[in-house]
Design a binder for this molecule. Structure first.
Ligand SMILES: [Zn+2]
Length: 111
């Protein structure tokens, strides 16, 4: 599953930033709604993953970044729910995502 490899990746990034600490308490991530990730599937995979990791009490804190785009035809900025959206103003298929494709680890809490 796609989300399992993302969950594994997030955990690896956090582990690399632990800097000598041995307990990982929480990981905060920002994920865009246009990043192509199923939020519920990711949470499910992360739960499964942490049970078999060294940090069973680890929590994953997900902040959703809403999708936004700019229409290249008429210039409006529109909210986007999916990657290929129709411009609500002009009906064009020229909306380019400007926000919502991110996936980043913003902070980790260690002990
Ligand atoms: Zn438009």
């Amino acid at each position: 599953m796609h989300e399992m490899s993302i969950a594994t990746n997030i955990l690896e990034i956090a582990e690399q930033s632990m800097d000598g600490h041995d307990q990982l308490l929480s990981i905060s991530v920002e994920i865009g709604e246009l990043a192509g990730i199923e939020f519920e599937a990711l949470e499910f995979c992360f739960e499964a993953l942490k049970q078999s990791s060294r940090y069973p009490d680890l929590t994953l804190d997900i902040t959703r970044i809403p999708g936004k785009g700019n229409c290249r035809k008429c210039g409006v900025s529109v909210p986007m729910k999916e990657r290929f959206a129709v411009c609500p103003e002009c009906g064009g298929y020229t909306v380019e995502p400007s926000q919502g494709q991110e996936l980043r680890v913003t902070s980790i809490e260690v002990e």
